[in-house]
Design a protein around this ligand. Structure first.
Ligand code: KIV
Ligand code: ZN
Length: 509
């Protein structure tokens, strides 16, 4: 058995299903291009039948990102499989990923199907997918809560119908490493399969065990792991790509397996994703958290200064953490700016560089030093935004210790500009109430968070909001040297995302 582990990245599909992290096509393309630089083996670009937006995104990724396998998800059923195929047609290496639930609870409560019916649906859909493409993955959703003998039957049906990869997901993050190991060994010992069949695993993190379970699965014979950047995904998230890959690399003495991931692209991938989704990484997150390489205790600092290996099991360079975050200032030219943007992992067109460079110059005039994070914020704020229904034209406030905070906001909505004034408990409240009145939104603001992107009082403020309506949840981001303006931008960005979400996805996804 070979020792190479295939990395199947599902940031753009399962990751995008995580609360508040929807991405538009342009944003998905940026992430997909970064995943290519990271050298992921398979990029799951979306769920084509879920919405027209998902279909377009998969098609765009399949047309643009070459030399890598692009997967599209499909439920069992002709319409799903054919829609996935249509979206994947331009890919160099298309993979249709068919799934159906196999646990009794899902069969009875969700699918309302018998075990026999699910076996039949599996066989028919995998056979259809295999007629269309050479590479077909089959997943048994909720496998870890399914009857193992029934699982073997479903997997055997999928293999006989032409599946080239079978995936054993821990959909609800329920299993533990020893149990998962036994399940995988049991399935492997019972199925009859051609030598090249790949066993895959896909773990969720509800009990915080997604990475541990994935690593146990590799030792039990899995040769593909499904994971996401920063571990984003449904509920508590998916197994984190960076943790799995670095565990294999740092503990190669123990695992003896290797992935082809370019680990120096891990940090740029993590930053890009959190910029785009507005979901920041917790400071103590393994590998990519801001404290992951920070040594606070004097005794640790002393040790690291004498010999890094005393308290560091991997180097910051090995994950691509830049040692010098300070980059540009107001005298920097367009060429230097473009080069820096490239190093940060973005591939922008000339027109996009022009837009970003103008904003960079404005910020450089206000601030002495422009950091990587400022540039990332400019790109997220000005270049990668959604096709917008609402556009913030201007915002002005008056506020202080002795006056009622008031805001005047101008927003254009599909071409028509509307200006209104309103008051509130503070300047942000006044701005938000006025925006809500102009847009007539029924949404509820459930989170408001402001961060200084870099140090100093001249830092750009980055605001992240979360808004909800009718079970839809999105996050909006905005940045500016003025935090009231950043707040307005974040709210308007969130409202645009909400509009998109309300009109796109099919129910249940
Ligand atoms: O968690 C899960 O079971 C999934 C499948 C569609 C693979 O995401
Ligand atoms: Zn999943």
């Amino acid at each position: 058995m070979n020792n190479r582990i295939l990395i199947f990245d599902t940031t753009l599909r399962d990751g995008e299903q995580s609360p508040g992290s929807s991405m538009n096509i342009q944003e998905k393309l940026e992430v997909a291009q970064q995943l290519k630089r990271l050298n992921a083996d398979i990029i799951e670009a979306g769920f084509p039948i879920a919405s027209d937006g998902d279909f377009e995104a998969v098609r765009e990724v399949a047309s643009t990102v070459k030399g890598v396998t692009i997967a599209g998800l499909a439920r069992t059923g002709k319409a799903d499989v054919e829609r996935a195929y249509e979206a994947l047609k331009p890919a160099d290496r298309p993979r249709i990923h068919v799934f159906v639930a196999t646990s009794d609870i899902h069969l009875k409560a969700k699918l309302k199907k018998t075990r026999e019916e699910v076996v039949q649906m599996t066989g028919e859909s995998v056979a259809l997918a295999r007629k269309l493409v050479d590479d077909v993955e089959f997943s048994a959703e909720d496998a870890t809560r399914s009857d193992p003998d029934y699982l073997v039957k479903v997997f055997q049906t999928a293999i006989d119908a032409g599946a080239t990869t079978i995936n054993i997901p821990d959909t609800v993050g329920y299993t533990i490493p020893e149990e998962y190991t036994k399940l995988i060994e049991y399935i492997r010992s019972r199925i009859r399969a051609p030598g090249q069949l790949v066993i895959s695993v896909h773990c969720h993190n509800d009990l915080g065990l997604a990475v541990a379970n994935s690593l146990a699965a590799i030792r039990a014979g899995a040769r593909q792991v499904e994971c996401t950047i920063n571990g984003i995904g449904e509920r508590a998230g998916n197994a984190s790509l960076e943790e799995i890959v670095m565990a294999l690399r740092v503990r190669k003495d123990f695992f003896t397996y290797q992935s082809d991931i370019v680990t120096e692209q891990i940090y740029p991938s993590s930053r890009l994703l959190s910029q785009i989704t507005g979901i920041s990484v917790q400071p103590n997150k393994a590998i990519v958290g801001s404290n992951a390489f920070a040594h606070e205790a004097g005794i640790h600092q002393d040790g690291v200064l004498k010999e890094k290996l005393t308290y560091e099991i991997m180097t910051p360079q090995s994950i691509g953490l830049p040692s010098n975050m300070l980059v540009l200032g107001k005298h920097s030219g367009r060429h230097a700016f473009r080069e820096r943007v490239k190093t940060l992992g973005y591939e922008l067109t000339d027109a996009q560089i022009d837009t970003a460079f103008i904003v960079f110059k404005q910020i450089a005039d206000k601030k002495k030093e422009v950091y990587d994070e400022d540039i990332e914020a400019i790109i997220a704020d000005r270049v990668l935004k959604w096709a917008e229904k609402y556009r913030l034209e201007s915002v002005n406030i008056s506020s202080g210790t002795d006056i009622l905070p008031t805001a005047t906001v101008r927003i254009s909505m599909e071409g028509n500009a509307v200006t209104e004034s309103g008051s509130g408990d503070g300047p942000v409240d006044a701005v938000y109430k006025t925006i809500a009145s102009i847009t007539k939104t029924k949404s509820r603001l459930s989170r408001y968070q402001v961060n200084a992107i870099t140090g100093g009082t001249d830092a750009q403020g980055e605001v992240m909001v979360r808004i909800e309506e009718d079970g839809h949840m999105v996050s909006g981001t905005g940045s500016d040297t003025d935090i009231i303006v950043a707040s307005a931008k974040a709210y308007v960005n969130g409202l645009n995302k909400l509009e998109h979400k309300k009109t796109s996805r099919i129910k249940g996804f």
